[in-house]
Every structure is written in structure tokens, then in C-alpha cells.
Design a protein around this ligand. Structure first.
Ligand SMILES: C[S@@+](CC[C@H](N)C(=O)[O-])C[C@H]1O[C@@H](n2cnc3c(N)ncnc32)[C@H](O)[C@@H]1O
Length: 250
């Protein structure tokens, strides 16, 4: 079989943050499959046949990519950031597990990219410098009770946290509830970082004490970071520097 599927991460936005490995895959591919705005980002290659689709059809999109590869096409499945972080890589493997057995013999690879939380962390210092966790705040694919439990336990374990998909028009209440839980569970006033459109020309970074945060500070173009109890702020003119020390006293 000469076809393949490469599930590629195209980073948070800046073209300089697309890895050479992903650029090579895009140059070799015949077809690009993905959510409309991500496919748009690779549309300058005239050799690529584009297959943009809505963001709620991940499994259909995965099956389409696998069918094309089985027909000998070289298919990139495009995700923003990293394809393994709340994105298409897991969806493609789910389609393989439950789909046509012939798909198991295909050449399927995941090419990593720079995920939003790492670009956001780098933009303000090193808030994820010690142990941390990442949580998708959308309850489209899991119950809110599970999100709430994970927030409480992450706070108890004193992780720094990164929150993806914080607040959308169809889920206006979720981030409000998340902030309430975090304010109660953390108890202190550690910094929360609202990083919007990271690595793009209109990037904004806002650092706000947790107890002063409000739901309207985040939208779907924002990744939100929360420090641990150890996270430090270095004040200076302009945006402060934020870091979480490498060690905790024994
Ligand atoms: C479906 S998730 C995809 C995450 C992606 N796979 C990654 O690794 O960054 C979409 C969420 O990622 C975050 N995100 C993606 N790109 C971003 C950027 N340039 N700036 C800020 N947040 C971003 C936002 O929280 C957004 O709601």
C-alpha cells in the first residue's frame, strides 16, 4: 500500500512554529483533511486537495482520511497545536480500532506540534516549570461532574494547570463554574494567565490574581494557565514574568 496518513500539528499560529517535519509532510501530501480554519492554514499549497469539515465530525473525517489512504492517497490530517492534545490523533486511532481491519496495515504516523499551553507558557515565563496538568473544560464529550472533580483534585495536589476550550458561546456557564470551584479549592490568590491568540500578531497575555478573575476574560481563542501555590511573579515595567520554581522544599 503506498498511501499514508500523517496526523500533523501545525502549531499555535506563527508559521515559524511549524516543525520542519510537518512542513515536509505537507509538501509530500496529496490531500488535507481537517477543521475548516486549520485546513485554511495549509491552503497555499496548490498540490493539496483540501477537505475542510465542521469541528463536530471528527470520526467521519478520520474515516474519510483512512479510506483515501487505503486508495493510495497521501493524506495529512491537520490539527492546530499538537495533534495529540485534545485533537485529531486520538480520533483517527478510534476510527482505526472500530473500522475496516485493512486500516490497521496502513502507514499511520503522528507528527507533533507546539501545543497552545507551551506557547502560552513561553510567552510569559515558565509557569509550567514544575508539575502540571492539562484539562479540557468543554463538557461536550464528558460530564461536567468529572471536570469539577478533576479541578478539585488538581488543586488539592497543587498542580499548576492549563485549561483548553475554556468558554464558548454554546457553553457560557462552564468557565464560570470552573472559576468558582478553583477559587474555593485553591483558597489563595495565585496568578491566572489568559493567553489569547498566542504566537499571532494580535496575541494578548493577561496575568490576573485568581480571586479577581471573571468568566468574560476567556473565550475559545484563549488558553488559560493557573499557577500552583508556589508560582512566583517578577514585577517589572510592562508584562511581569511568571515562573514556578523547579523544586519544592523537602
Ligand atoms: C480543540 S483545542 C485544540 C488544541 C490544540 N490541539 C493544541 O495542541 O493547542 C482548541 C483550544 O486550544 C487553545 N488554543 C489553540 N490555539 C491557541 C492559540 N493560538 N492561542 C490560545 N489558545 C489556543 C484554546 O483553548 C482553544 O479553545
Amino acid at each position: 500500500m503506498s498511501g499514508w496518513v500523517q496526523i500533523v500539528g501545525i502549531g499555535p499560529g506563527d508559521a515559524a512554529l511549524v516543525t520542519p517535519q510537518v512542513q515536509e509532510a505537507l509538501a509530500q501530501a496529496t490531500d488535507a483533511v481537517g477543521y475548516i480554519p486549520y485546513v485554511e492554514r495549509v491552503s497555499d499549497n496548490p498540490n493539496l486537495t483540501l477537505h475542510p469539515s465542521d469541528n463536530r465530525v471528527e470520526l467521519d473525517r478520520s474515516r474519510h482520511a483512512l479510506e483515501m489512504a487505503a486508495d493510495g492517497r497521501r493524506v495529512v490530517v491537520v490539527s492546530s497545536g499538537d495533534p495529540g492534545i485534545f485533537a485529531m490523533a486520538a480520533a483517527v486511532y478510534e476510527a482505526v480500532e472500530h473500522g475496516d481491519p485493512i486500516w490497521r496495515d496502513l502507514d499511520i504516523r503522528v507528527l507533533p506540534g507546539i501545543t497552545a499551553m507551551l506557547a502560552a507558557s513561553a510567552a510569559c515565563g515558565a509557569p509550567l516549570g514544575h508539575d502540571f496538568c492539562a484539562i479540557n473544560l468543554s463538557d461536550n464529550m464528558k460530564p461536567w461532574e468529572l471536570i469539577d472533580k478533576r479541578l478539585r483534585l488538581a488543586a488539592e495536589a497543587d498542580f499548576a494547570m492549563a485549561f483548553y476550550n475554556p468558554r464558548s458561546k454554546s457553553r457560557p456557564e462552564g468557565f464560570k463554574k470552573a472559576l468558582k470551584t478553583l477559587k474555593e479549592s485553591c483558597g489563595d490568590n495565585r496568578p491566572m494567565i489568559f493567553a489569547r491568540n498566542v504566537s499571532r500578531p494580535d496575541q494578548t497575555i493577561k496575568i490576573v490574581p485568581l480571586q479577581d478573575t471573571s468568566p468574560d476574560m476567556a473565550d475559545m481563542r484563549t488558553v488559560v494557565l493557573l499557577g500552583s501555590s508556589q508560582t512566583r511573579i517578577i514585577a517589572r515595567d510592562g508584562t511581569p514574568m511568571v515562573y514556578t520554581p523547579r523544586s519544592v522544599a523537602k
